[in-house]
Design a binder for this molecule. Structure first.
Ligand code: HEM
Ligand code: HEM
Length: 187
């Protein structure tokens, strides 16, 4: 492997980024399966939807904190010998993941608002409506929520595959920079 870029740049993601990454990865994967469960089982739909709403809104809040942290703290550079198309693909997919982390909860909140349903997080805590009550809006937002869920799932699978190539094949320090942090320098 070629030498890592200059020492002034970080060799790993900061602690906040790493905690939020793994916490949110677990939450988002749970949401994808909860969503799929909700639309395929009438019996389990009520408790699943009761969990889906607050978990989704928590993802929205954490995504805002994470984005702010990402914009304030420079991430470690990718290995200098990584082909240009892979660097572009990594950056594009990371920004797509950020966009979907914000868009998915907003669409979920919007579709319930457009359907005229209350967006209850827990007993006594209800969010305001963010879309006009309108069957056309409901259908569009519901369709977009379902479609983007597939895009999110596909992007996460590609992201997982890329992470494992770095961890097991290239062994270039990209995986430890998100997994363990301090002391792991990218090569
Ligand atoms: C990262 C956040 C989220 C993810 C990954 C996610 C994922 C999903 C998925 C996979 C489905 C099934 C889609 C389908 O096959 O049609 C779904 C449905 C649904 N989601 Fe979400 N969701 C998120 C956030 C939210 C939020 C914040 C709300 C509401 C406050 C919400 C409300 C709903 C509702 C009501 C449905 C059922 C729609 C229907 O009846 O077809 N979602 N979600
Ligand atoms: C829902 C699941 C996941 C989401 C939404 C997600 C999202 C992201 C995002 C947005 C970044 C870019 C960080 C930044 O620039 O601020 C990132 C980096 C990273 N993720 Fe994930 N991730 C997920 C799951 C995973 C899994 C399961 C693994 C490994 C098994 C993984 C490994 C990594 C690694 C190694 C990096 C650093 C990549 C780099 O330095 O360019 N991620 N992830």
């Amino acid at each position: 492997m070629t030498a890592r870029n200059a020492s002034a740049v970080p060799g790993h993601f900061n602690l906040t980024a790493r905690i939020l990454h793994w916490l949110m990865a677990t939450m988002i994967l749970s949401m994808l399966f909860l969503g799929a469960g909700m639309v395929s089982s009438l019996e389990h739909r009520p408790w699943m939807i009761d969990l889906h709403r607050p978990l989704g809104i928590a993802i929205l809040m954490l995504a805002i904190v994470r984005l702010a942290n990402r914009l304030r703290h420079r991430p470690p550079p990718l290995p200098s010998d990584l082909p240009r198309w892979q660097v572009l693909a990594a950056h594009a997919s990371h920004w797509l993941l950020y966009a979907l982390m914000l868009a998915m909860p907003l669409l979920g909140w919007g579709l319930l608002s457009a359907g005229g349903y209350p967006v209850t997080l827990c007993a006594g805590v209800q969010l305001p409506s963010i879309a006009p009550v309108d069957p056309t809006w409901y259908a569009v937002l519901r369709g977009a929520h379902g479609l983007l869920a597939w895009l999110l799932f596909a992007t996460v699978l590609l992201h997982l595959a890329a992470a494992l190539v770095h961890a097991w094949i290239r062994r270039d320090g990209v995986f430890p920079s998100m997994a363990r942090g301090s002391g792991n320098q990218r090569r």
